[in-house]
Design a binder for this molecule. Sequence first.
Ligand code: ME8
Length: 670
Amino acid sequence: MNEKNTYYITTPIYYPSDKLHIGHSYTTVACDALARFKRMQGKKVMFLTGTDEHGQKIQDKAAAAGVTPKQYVDNIVEGAGGVKDLWKLMNISYDRFIRTTDDYHIASCQKIFQKLYDQGDIYKSVYKGHYCKPCESFWTDSQLKDGKCPDCGGDVYEAEEEAYFFKTGKYADRLLKYYEDHPAFIQPETRKNEMIAFINQGLQDTCVSRTSVSWGIPVPFDPKHTMYVWVDALSNYISALGYGNDQYNDYDAFWPADLHMVGKEILRFHTILWPAMLMALDLPLPERVFGHGWLLLDGGKMSKSKGNVVDPAVLCERYSVDAIRYFLLREIPFGNDGVFSNEALIARINSDLANDLGNLLSRTVAMAEKYFGGTLPAARAAGEFDDDLIKTVSEMPAKVAACMDDLLIPQALQEVFKAIQRANKYIDETAPWALAKDEANRDRLAMVLYNLCEALRFATVLLAPFLPDTADKMAEQLGLSAADRAWDGLRFGGKTDYTVHKGDALFPRIDAAKELAELAAAHEAQVKAAQEKAAAAEKAAAAEKAAAPAPAAAENIEHQPEVSFDDFCKVELRVAQVLTCETLPESKKLLKMTLFDGERERTILSGIAKWYKPEDLIGRKVGIVANLAPRPMMKGKYVSEGMVMAADMPDGGASVVFFPDDVLPGSAIH
Ligand code: ME8
């Protein structure tokens, strides 16, 4: 059988609601190492990453920042220090970057949604849940924390919302059968059992639309709904190849994906909902989905809300990109959670990178320069210990490749470092400095240094996917050409001549005690500065308040009896767009409008003719009371279906409540 010569690997698409943290870098760096490794092995690789840019959270962040959602995500993704800059800094060799706000992706999602609806896999129903008003989120029973909103801890109330559902449940048996027939589909193995148990509990259909979130892809046949998270997000893996759009034409070459790499908390969506969607679309399923663990800090998952984010750009600047890449890939058992700490990072840099790797290179190159002026002579004599070194080094490529195929990334690095340690031991065993004392040992000395150079050449080639900058520096000092660095040329003795040049230390040793003390001091200073800033802001706000004139207020405020929250929620306030507006010959007070309320056109008569002309209103988005019982007006000649919201003005006039253009008709007002 011909082995496939393509490799399609994906990261999750990240929420650009804030700057990315080191946890996001973890997934991306792991995919990058795999992509580079496969490229080195001669595969045609498609490495996809991107950003998942819709949803309430981003809408809220944008509103708080006073910009549109698109401006907000543009800045985080494309702006200075944003997502793309971070991946550039970290040497992420992605082939394609998808943004879910890209037009071609939107077109694909709408086609997919329409197709699933047309064939009956998506249907309209009612989403029932516990609603948290400030967070504008629905929660299920199990998501509540002590009966309260799991995000803000506030009260929730029972609510319903019209929504579209995808028939995930229909695919339960086919999914279980697929897992059985494709044992490598879900990895690691332990997580597969969790997925099976989840399906066996009874698989519910999935809510795939919202009417309460406007920042999303409109459902094509019912635009007051936007697609809710997963159809939009998961489809990226095929829209990025050109499925359902004309932007790209790579679907046939690359689908199905070889590997979706995801965090463990989203494995379920990738191994249940996504395959079910693909089954419904009659498309092949990805070969493998791997759920990796989390990078933890102080015992908790890194997250902005916990205030414990570690900025990858800052870390890369302080310790070098490769030191951070190495730490992420080596320290955390792939698949399990791992803890990030400065102590562990510094220990890894010192022991593996500075000591084992850095010393091997600097000692070898220094000795080659000292004893042979940098160019190793052709006359060489084999001797004791050579065979064992050659065996260890020669076996390394196959072992590393096998680990990479099994996604055992730390083990792959361990194999390289085993050979590096073996080579360091070889220096102690052969003691070149002792050989150098006697001219009779010159050929033997040349062979020892030659063997060390070959071992380092293997390490250079095999480390390149993990530590690209370091591999380049090693190649430079060892005088390796591109051909010397080819995966196919990895045969011990494959390069016969060496002329080396000493360069800077690959990883200068860090004084751990000094570094940790400095970090602690920097952290303390940061905390202190933040506290001082907060105190100063509070003081300034208090002073501003004291200095401000008392706000003017309306006179004779009329109070209504207090209503319960549930009663308040019975009043349906919505945004509607004014389509037509006219004065009435029989009334000086009234304007007659038709408005699109997100679902239908309705007529409303409003007593604002003295203050507004029809052209002031046509096309504008206004607030309406949508569930007011229809009222006959002008002796029954017209029926007004609702009320336009307006504030009383001191001069007895009215000021209509207008909404910005990007608010969609039908949006709820709270
Ligand atoms: O989940 N350690 O986006 P996201 C390791 N948009 N991985 C971490 C991590 C940590 N501390 N924190 C986050 C989403 N991640 C969706 C994905 S895919 C079609 C849609 C990982 O930005 C997390 O596990 O919240 C996830 O795999 C990825 O970062 C994106 O998280």
